[in-house]
Design a protein around this ligand. Structure first.
Ligand code: MSP
Length: 494
C-alpha cells in the first residue's frame, strides 16, 4: 500500500501531496530549514505546473520539551510564545515565496484529535505496552541516545550531556515490524531517495529493531495518552501524525503523502518508525522519503548553541527570495552536504543572475520592445520562431523535467542556463541590434522572445518572482507577443 510516485504525475489533475518536516519552535528558521522548504516548494510548484492538484504541507512541532525551555528563557507565557513563533515561521515562508497549501501546528485541536485516534489504533493492534525505560535522553534530538553514540559523555551534535531517564513508559512494538519494513524496502526500490540514504536505512533495520518508548511521564506540556493523564505521548509519535491530521484520515486513506522531504537527521523517523506506525494503524504508507544532506555555514556546523545561524530573511533582503532560492538549489547537489557562504552566494548571484539571466532578459526585452507585436512560439508562417529554437526549447523542457524527477536541482538549473547562453550567443553572433532588414530583425526577435518566454516558464518552480516578471513583460495576444521593457531583474550586488 505505497502511495503515488512522482513518475506517474502530470497533466491529469492527479493529487500530489508533499510535505516538509514540521519544525521545532525553540528558535526561528535558519538556512537549513529554508533549504528543505525551498526544495519542497520547488517540487510542489513544478507538479502544479505539470497539471497536478498539489497539496503542500508545512508547519511547526510545538509539543516538544524544548518548547517549554525556550519559552522559559524568553519569560513569555508558553501559549503566547508558541503563537508568536508559529506566526514567525509562517511569515518567513510567505516572504520566501513558499506556496504551501496549509500550515499545521501540533497544538491545534484538529491535530490533537487525530493523534489520540492514532494512538488508539496502535493500542488496538496490540502494539502499545507498558514497561520501564532507562536511557540517555538528548533534548536537542528529542530522542534517546546509545552510550556508544556519545563523545566524551556528550551528544556529538548538540555538545550537551544527555539526561539519564528512568521511568515507566508506554512502548511501541517497533521490533514486530522489522520483516514487514524490509519487505517494503525490497518491493519499493525508490522508497527512500537518494539511494545511499536508502542503503543506510536498510542496514539499520537489518541490524534489528528495538521497541521504542512512545510516552513520557508526568509532563504538563504535550498530548496526554488517552486514558492515562499521567503520561504524554512522545513528541515524535505525535509529530509524525501531522501528515495525516492536516488532511484528515479519510483523505490519507485515499491518498497518502507522495513525498516527505527532510534532511538526513530525521530520515530514520520517517523511513522506519513512521511506516511501522502506519502499518500498525492499518493505514497506507507514503510514496517516498526524500532526504537531503546537512548544511554548514562557512565550513562549520550550523547550530544555535554555537551561535552561527543565519537568518534566511536577511539573505533574502539583500539578494531577493529568488537570489536565495537560486543559490541553494544551484549550488548544492541534493542529497549531499552543502556549505552556505555569502561570498559564494554573491558570486552566483552576480554571475548567473545579474549578468546571466538578468542581462539576457534586459537585452531581449529592450530590443523587442521597439517592435510591434512579434509572432509567438507556436505561430505559423513567415517570421514565426524557427524550428531550431522550438527544438532547443523542447529539449530543455525535457531535460529540466528529467532532472527534477531525479531530484537533480543543480542540473535542472544548469540546463536552463545552457539555453540562456545559447540565446546570448545568438544575440551576439547575429548582432541583432544592428540588423536593418525589418523581416530578418523581427524573425530574430521572435526567436529570442520565444526563448525568453520559455525560460520564464521553466524557471517558475525555482525563481517564482523573476519568472512572474518575465512572463508579465511578454504580453501574449493570440498568436503574437508584445514585449515590455523592465527594471533589472537582479541589480548587481556590491
Ligand atoms: N520537529 C522535528 C521534525 C518532525 S517532522 C514530523 C524536527 N524539527 S527541526 O526543527 O529540528 O527540523 C529538522 C529539519 O530541519 C531537518 O530535517 C532539515 O529539514 C532542516 N534542517 C535543520 N538544520 C539543517 C541543516 N543544518 N542543514 C540542512 N537541513 C537542516 O526535527
Amino acid at each position: 500500500m505505497v502511495g503515488g510516485k512522482t513518475e506517474n504525475c502530470g497533466m491529469n489533475g492527479e493529487k500530489f501531496y508533499i510535505t516538509t518536516p514540521i519544525y521545532y519552535v525553540n528558535d526561528k528558521p535558519h538556512i537549513g530549514h529554508a533549504y528543505t522548504t525551498i526544495a519542497a516548494d520547488t517540487l510542489a510548484r513544478w507538479h502544479a505546473a505539470e497539471g497536478d492538484n498539489v497539496f503542500f504541507l508545512t508547519g511547526v512541532d510545538e509539543n516538544a520539551q524544548k518548547t517549554v525551555d525556550a519559552a522559559k528563557k524568553t519569560g513569555e507565557e508558553i501559549h503566547a510564545y508558541t503563537d508568536r513563533l508559529a506566526a514567525l515561521w509562517q511569515s518567513t515562508w510567505e516572504k520566501l515565496g513558499i506556496s504551501n497549501t496549509d500550515f499545521i501546528r501540533t497544538t491545534e485541536e484538529r491535530h490533537v484529535a487525530v493523534v489520540k485516534d492514532f494512538w488508539r489504533r496502535l493500542e488496538a493492534a496490540g502494539d502499545i505496552y507498558r514497561g520501564e525505560y532507562r536511557g540517555l535522553y538528548c533534548k536537542g534530538h528529542e530522542a534517546f541516545l546509545k552510550e556508544d553514540e556519545l563523545v566524551d559523555g556528550l551528544c556529538p551534535d548538540h555538545k550537551t550531556a544527555p539526561e539519564l531517564v528512568v521511568e515507566e513508559n508506554y512502548f511501541f512494538r517497533l521490533s514486530k515490524y522489522q520483516k514487514a519494513l524490509l519487505e517494503l524496502y525490497e518491493e519499493n526500490p525508490d522508497f527512500v531517495a537518494p539511494a545511499h540514504r536508502f542503503n543506510e536505512i536498510k542496514s539499520f533495520v537489518e541490524r534489528g529493531l528495538e521497541d521504542v518508548s512512545f510516552s513520557r511521564e508526568k509532563r504538563d506540556w504535550g498530548i496526554p495518552v488517552p486514558d492515562d493523564p499521567g503520561q504524554v505521548i512522545y513528541v515524535w509519535a505525535d509529530a509524525l501524525v501531522n501528515y495525516i491530521s492536516a488532511v484528515g484520515i479519510e483523505w490519507w486513506e485515499e491518498h497518502p503523502a507522495d513525498m516527505h522531504v527532510m534532511a538526513k537527521d530525521i530520515a530514520r523517523f520517517h523511513a522506519v518508525i513512521w511506516p511501522a506506525m502506519l502499518m500498525s494503524a492499518g493505514l497506507p504508507l507514503p510514496g517516498q522519503i526524500v532526504v537531503h544532506g546537512f548544511f554548514t555555514l562557512n565550513g562549520t556546523k550550523i547550530s544555535k548553541s554555537l551561535g552561527n545561524t543565519i537568518d534566511p530573511l536577511d539573505v533574502a533582503a539583500r539578494y531577493g527570495a529568488d537570489g536565495l532560492r537560486y543559490f541553494l538549489l544551484r549550488e548544492i547537489p541534493f542529497g549531499a552536504d552543502g556549505d552556505f557562504s555569502e561570498a559564494k552566494l554573491r558570486e552566483r548571484y552576480n554571475g548567473d543572475l545579474a549578468n546571466g539571466l538578468g542581462n539576457f532578459a534586459a537585452r531581449v526585452l529592450a530590443l523587442a520592445a521597439k517592435e510591434e507585436s512579434l509572432p509567438a512560439l507556436g505561430a505559423e508562417g513567415a517570421g514565426a520562431p524557427d524550428n531550431e529554437f522550438a527544438g532547443v526549447i523542447e529539449d530543455t523542457r525535457r531535460a529540466v523535467r528529467a532532472k527534477l524527477v531525479a531530484l537533480k536541482f543543480p542540473e535542472a538549473l544548469a540546463a536552463v542556463w545552457e539555453v540562456i547562453s545559447f540565446g546570448d550567443r545568438y544575440v551576439n553572433e547575429k548582432k541583432v541590434w544592428e540588423i536593418n532588414d525589418d523581416a530578418a530583425r523581427r524573425a530574430a526577435l521572435a526567436n529570442l522572445t520565444a526563448l525568453l518566454g520559455a525560460v520564464g516558464d521553466m524557471l517558475a518552480p525555482f525563481l517564482p518572482d523573476a519568472s512572474q516578471k518575465i512572463k508579465a513583460a511578454l504580453v501574449r495576444e493570440g498568436d503574437t507577443v508584445r514585449a515590455v521593457k523592465i527594471e533589472p531583474l537582479f541589480p548587481r550586488a556590491k
